[in-house]
Design a protein around this ligand. Structure first.
Ligand SMILES: Cc1ncc(COP(=O)(O)O)c(C=O)c1O
Length: 467
C-alpha cells in the first residue's frame, strides 16, 4: 500500500491502530468499562467539529444537555418493540401525538382534521413511502401500470432511490434561473401515467422553497398527488415565518398538497432515526399499509417498511418536541435566519462569488471566476466542513444552531474572504475537494464514479484493514 493509500485508510479508519479490531466475536466479553472508554473517546473527538459550529448541516442542535435528556428518555424504552402495542401502549400515545403536533404545525387545521401520517426512520424512508403510496393509489384507483413521477432536479435523491426500488419512471424537471422548479416544464410533462409531482421546502442543494402554490394548481387540475419534501425545512420554516421572515407557503394550507415529509431528526432536534410523513387523507395513507391475515405467525399489520421499531426513539422524539415547544423552536429558527442573513450579505459583497437563488436558512454559493473547490480546500484546511454541490459546482452552508454561537459566522466570513484570495493564486494546482465532481456529468464519467462509489461502499462495510 502506498503512503497516500495508507493516509486514506487512516482517514476512514482512524481507530485501527488505537483499539482492537473485532472481525469475529471475542472469546469472552470485553470489560464494559473498557468499552465505555473507547466510546467516550470516539464520541468526544468526533463531536468537536459540529459542537464548535464549524460544520454545515448535520448537527442541528449541538446541545448536549438536550441530548442527555433525550438519551435518558430513550433508555426507558430502548429495548421496547413498538410492534407489541399491548405491552407498550405508551408508544401508541407518543406516535399519535407526534403526528398530530406536526400536522398542526404544517397547516393541518385547514383540512378539517383529515391530515394524518406515519412515523418513519428518516427522510429517505418518508420520501420512498410516499412514492410507494402514490404508486399503489394510482394502480388501484386509476389502473396505472407504468407509473411516472415528476421531480425537480434539485429534489432529494432518495426520491430517485425510491422510484428505482418501486419501478417508477422519474422525469427530472429543470430549474429556472432562480433555481426553483420550472412549473411550465412540469405542466408540459404531466401525462396519463403521472401519479404525482414533487416540490421541495427547502431543497437540499439550495435550501429554496419551490413554487408549491403553482404546483398545487397543477395537481388539482390533473387529479394527481403533490408531495412536498419538507424533510429539511419543514421544522424550521413555519417558525421562521412566525418571526416575520418571508417564507413561500408550502404546507397543507396550500390547495393541492397531498403529502408532506418532515424530519424530526433534523430541525425537530430529536435523536437520529425519525421523520414524519403526513398525508392529506386516510384513504391515501392506507396505500402504504401492509396487512396479512393468513400468516401462520398470526395476524400481521404494519404501517410501513419497518418491522420491529424501538419505543425509545419514539418516546425521545416526543420528548424533544414537547420540551422545545413552539417558543423554543421559534427562538432557534430566528437565530438561524439572522445568521444566514449575515452570511448572505457577506457573500454578496465578495465579487468572485454568487449565491444560488434567494436563500433562507441555507446559503449555497458558487463562482464564475474561480474554482469553488479551491475555496473549499482552503476552508477545509481552516477546519470548516462545507457540503459540495455539482452541476453546477458550488458549496453550501446549511445553518444550524451551533453556527449561531457568538463569533462563529464572523470567523467563517473572514476565512471565506481569505479562501477566495487563495483560490485566485496560480501556484496551487488542481482542487482536491472537487476531484470527483469533475468526473460526473457524462455517461462515461458517471460509470467511472459509480464504480468508485460502489468500491467505497464495499470498503465501508468491511472491518478496518490491518495496519
Ligand atoms: C430535502 C431533503 N430531503 C430528504 C432528505 C433525506 O433525509 P435522511 O438523510 O434523513 O434520509 C434530506 C437529507 O438531508 C434532505 O435535505
Amino acid at each position: 500500500m502506498s503512503n497516500s493509500g495508507d493516509e486514506l485508510l487512516d482517514y476512514f479508519y482512524p481507530y485501527r491502530s488505537r483499539y482492537p479490531v473485532f472481525d469475529r466475536l471475542p472469546d469472552s466479553g470485553v470489560d464494559k468499562g473498557e468499552v465505555l472508554r473507547y466510546i467516550e473517546d470516539m464520541a468526544g473527538s468526533e463531536d468537536a467539529l459540529g459542537d464548535e459550529g464549524r460544520c454545515s448541516g448535520s448537527i442541528y442542535l449541538g446541545d448536549h444537555d438536550h441530548y442527555k435528556f433525550l438519551s435518558e428518555v430513550f433508555s426507558h424504552f430502548a429495548h421496547a418493540n413498538v410492534l407489541q402495542r399491548d405491552m407498550y401502549p405508551s408508544a401508541t400515545k407518543f406516535e399519535g401525538e407526534i403526528i398530530s403536533m406536526v400536522a398542526k404545525m404544517l397547516g393541518g387545521d385547514s383540512r378539517n382534521g383529515e391530515v394524518c401520517g406515519v412515523l418513519t426512520s428518516g427522510g429517505s424512508e418518508s420520501l420512498m413511502s410516499a412514492l410507494y403510496a402514490y404508486r399503489e393509489w394510482a394502480r388501484k384507483e386509476r389502473g396505472i401500470e407504468d407509473p411516472e413521477v415528476i421531480i425537480p432536479v434539485t429534489a432529494h435523491v432518495a426520491l430517485d432511490k425510491g422510484a428505482h426500488y418501486f419501478g417508477i419512471k422519474v422525469l427530472h424537471a429543470p430549474v429556472t434561473d432562480e433555481y426553483l422548479v420550472d412549473v411550465d416544464w412540469v405542466s408540459n410533462h404531466i401525462n396519463a401515467n403521472t401519479i404525482a409531482i414533487v416540490g421541495s421546502a427547502g431543497s437540499y442543494p439550495y435550501g429554496l422553497v419551490d413554487p408549491i402554490e403553482e404546483l398545487g394548481k397543477l395537481a388539482l387540475e390533473h387529479g394527481i398527488g403533490l408531495h412536498v419534501d419538507g424533510c429539511l425545512g419543514g421544522f424550521l420554516l413555519p417558525f421562521a415565518a412566525l418571526s416575520g421572515w418571508k417564507v413561500r407557503p408550502f404546507d397543507f394550507s396550500v390547495p393541492g398538497v397531498t403529502s408532506i415529509s418532515v424530519d424530526t431528526h433534523k430541525y425537530g432536534y430529536a435523536l437520529k432515526g425519525t421523520s414524519v410523513l403526513l398525508y392529506a387523507s386516510r384513504q391515501l395513507r392506507k396505500n402504504q399499509y401492509f396487512t396479512y391475515p393468513d400468516w401462520p405467525g398470526g395476524l400481521y399489520l404494519s404501517p410501513g417498511m419497518a418491522g420491529s421499531r424501538s419505543g425509545g426513539l419514539i418516546a425521545s422524539t416526543w420528548a424533544s418536541m414537547v420540551t422545545m415547544g413552539s417558543a423554543g423552536y421559534r427562538k432557534i429558527a430566528n437565530d438561524i435566519m439572522v445568521t444566514a442573513d449575515k452570511l448572505k450579505e457577506a457573500i454578496l459583497d465578495i465579487d468572485d462569488l454568487f449565491i444560488f437563488g434567494d436563500p433562507l436558512f441555507l446559503v449555497a454559493f458558487g463562482s464564475k471566476t474561480l474554482d469553488i473547490f479551491h475555496v473549499n480546500d482552503y476552508l477545509s484546511q481552516k477546519g470548516w466542513r462545507m457540503n459540495g454541490l455539482q452541476l453546477p459546482a458550488g458549496l453550501h452552508f446549511c445553518i444550524t444552531r451551533p453556527n449561531t454561537a457568538e463569533g462563529v459566522i464572523e470567523k467563517f466570513i473572514e476565512d471565506l474572504r481569505l479562501a477566495v484570495e487563495y483560490a485566485k493564486r496560480d501556484d496551487i494546482g488542481g482542487a482536491k475537494s472537487g476531484a470527483l465532481y469533475g468526473i460526473a456529468g457524462s455517461p462515461e464519467g458517471n460509470a467511472a464514479v459509480d464504480e468508485l462509489l460502489s468500491g467505497a461502499l464495499d470498503g465501508f462495510l468491511d472491518v478496518a484493514p490491518q495496519v
